[in-house]
Design a protein around this ligand. Structure first.
Ligand code: HEC
Length: 171
């Protein structure tokens, strides 16, 4: 019942916004990826994503205990697979991150840090449809401890020093 009413709500939002009035408000700049998303579009996109993540997934607890080793491993993983878009410091100030649409979010901000652990895990494991955010999880969520380690690292990002612009360091 819950899932169904959620789907109905999402459909209702889509119908209303596809109806003309909304398209103007939400897609002010057309469908180009160059523009900043308007506040309405950004709000709606996050809202829809929030609704699309099942409650059980959202409230999941991180099964990996936080240790220095776990954090070090996650940092390495992040530098290998995530920093091209998200930056070595998670602030998203990279040539790719700035030009994807939607923009790569600054993961040190409350907008991201206020997401539940389970929500961060879900996004890393499954990716975000219609965006540049790929899915990283191998196998089932239960086996995907890498993504949970990355959740620990994302929690740690606000304490990381700000990176210098990596694009200026190419030789
Ligand atoms: C090809 C570029 C790219 C790569 C590589 C990438 N991401 Fe993302 N990521 C994105 C984009 C774009 C978004 C924004 C999606 C949205 O607006 O909903 C995003 C969003 C996220 C979010 C959600 C933040 C929020 O509040 O919306 C998390 C968490 C995240 N990425 C973690 C990771 C991790 C961890 C990795 C590496 C394993 C990674 N990403 C690799 C492009 C990327």
């Amino acid at each position: 019942m819950r899932a169904r009413s959620r789907i109905v709500l999402v459909l209702a939002v889509i119908v209303v916004f596809a109806g003309g009035l909304g398209t103007r408000v939400v897609l002010r700049g057309g469908v180009s990826a160059r523009d900043e998303p308007g506040p309405a579009e950004a709000f709606l996109a996050r809202r829809l994503r929030h609704l699309a993540i099942p409650r059980r997934a959202r409230t999941a607890r991180n099964p990996v205990p936080l240790t220095d080793d776990v954090l070090a491993e996650a940092r390495e993983h992040f530098l290998d697979h995530c920093s091209t878009c998200h930056g070595t410091d998670g602030r998203g100030d990279t040539p790719i991150g700035r030009n994807l649409y939607p923009r790569v979010p600054d993961m040190t901000t409350p907008a991201v840090q206020s997401l539940a652990d389970g929500e961060l895990f879900y996004v890393i494991h499954n990716g975000v449809r219609f965006t540049g955010m790929p899915a990283w999880g191998d196998g089932t969520p239960e086996d995907d401890l890498d993504s949970w380690r990355l959740v620990h690292f994302i929690r740690h990002l606000p304490h990381e020093p700000r990176a210098e612009h990596p694009e200026h360091h190419h030789h």
